[in-house]
Design a protein around this ligand. Structure first.
Ligand code: 9D3
Length: 254
């Protein structure tokens, strides 16, 4: 699959591609062909201007339509091999719909997308109206642009590429991944006892696999009920809580 990123700051994307388990996804044959399109290269005036003041007044600057349109035209031309699908254009914007693992999974299964990273107060609405298929937000907090949300999406898609996570089961156990819809349980490793005396929960050292599974399920239920009651409601509505789960939640008074 292919991601074409239109951005004023292409250098932000280089470090991510170079590190960690996801690095493989960006190597040849790794599943993701990531191409960067520096928006400043598509400014045409002598000052390489990509923004201007908003009509109607007010604070901040607005990204100009024309450099964005020229950059997108260059992306489309590069995608123009016969039979190539027309990739959707995703704009990262604080007014977009929240990113979800469901959306990440769907993108990972598709041919890719053109990712447009906004900066300043926003983008001229005429570009959005004419060219953008979908607007995505990273959440209800204020960033200085769409690059970090784009990186978040690329990272989430990269780790779903075959061969990136060697252990297929770790996908399934992720918070929000297909099955439980509950938050993950706590994890422990060596040493069994820290110098200050704190120990690993005994059940995890017991070798009783059924008891370990039950303990983990109860930790998931307790953590999710306390921290994300919305996810408990969703799991309940989807029929993902059994009688034993409900009894345990009732015993917590949650
Ligand atoms: C007072 C209006 N502000 C909206 C909250 C203006 C504004 C602030 C920050 C307009 C754009 C931005 C830059 N942010 C993004 O481009 C952005 C973003 C974000 O700020 N939060 C979460 N997700 C995203 S995706 C793109």
């Amino acid at each position: 699959m292919r991601f074409d990123v239109i951005t004023l700051f292409p250098e932000l994307f280089a470090a991510h591609q170079a590190v960690g388990v996801t690095r493989r996804a960006f190597e040849p044959g790794g599943g993701i062909d990531l191409r960067l399109w520096p928006l400043r290269d598509y400014a045409e005036d002598a000052y390489r201007r990509v923004d201007d003041r908003p009509y109607g007044g007010g604070p901040g600057m607005v990204m100009l339509v024309e450099p964005l349109q020229r950059a997108l035209a260059a992306v489309r031309q590069s995608q123009g091999e016969p039979g190539a699908p027309r990739l959707p254009v995703i704009l990262f914007s604080p007014t977009g719909a929240p990113m979800t693992q469901q959306r990440v999974r769907a993108l990972a299964a598709g041919p890719g997308a053109v990712l447009v990273c906004g900066r300043y107060e926003g983008i001229d609405q005429r570009f959005v109206d004419a060219e953008v298929d979908e607007e995505i937000s990273l959440g209800d907090f204020v960033l200085s642009g769409g690059e970090i949300p784009a990186l978040a999406l690329i990272d989430a898609v990269a780790r779903l590429q075959p061969g990136v996570l060697n252990d297929a089961a770790s996908h399934e156990q992720d918070s929000f991944a297909a099955d439980s819809g509950l938050l993950d349980c706590p994890h422990y490793s060596r040493p069994e006892r820290l110098p200050d005396g704190r120990e690993v929960p005994a059940v995890l050292l017991s070798g009783h696999h059924a008891q370990i599974a039950r303990w983990r399920r109860e930790r998931q239920l307790e953590l999710t009920a306390r921290r994300r009651p919305d996810l408990i409601a969703a799991a309940r509505a989807a029929g993902r809580l059994d009688k034993q789960d409900e009894q345990y939640l009732a015993s917590l008074g949650l």
